[in-house]
Design a protein. Structure first.
Length: 118
């Protein structure tokens, strides 16, 4: 079985139009009316209408920031007192586990919502 290649159309312009030249925009600058979470930075845009997904993202981001802050403070305390604080290990473990749990919920909600939409 042989396939014949169709010739390209003759009316294709050589120069891209203004919409083709623009960078892709995955989110509108003005939030949608049902959007719960809208993040718009110079390099990253994200929005969601799912309340559980937005809550899990906010909780996991706050837990990640608090884990870094506690690790820095604990490292300063350990360096100044030359002791091994056991509370630091326990606290970082708890916050780390909470972060992994909420991040898992955020990713799981994102995947299940995406598969339902298809």
């Amino acid at each position: 079985m042989q396939f014949e290649v169709a010739p390209p159309p003759s009316n294709i312009p050589d120069e891209p139009d203004t919409y083709t030249q623009a960078a892709p925009d995955y989110s509108h600058p003005k939030p949608a009316p049902n959007r719960i979470l809208h993040i718009d930075t110079k390099y990253f845009r994200y929005g969601t209408a799912d309340k559980a997904h937005a809550a899990a993202l906010c909780l996991s981001a706050s837990l990640l920031v608090s884990a870094v802050i506690i690790a820095i403070i604990g490292g300063c305390i350990e360096a100044s007192s030359h002791s091994d604080p056991k509370w630091l290990d326990t606290l970082v473990t708890w916050i780390g586990n909470g972060f992994l749990f909420t991040a898992g919920i955020a990713v799981g909600r994102s995947k299940s919502k995406h598969s339902e939409d298809e």
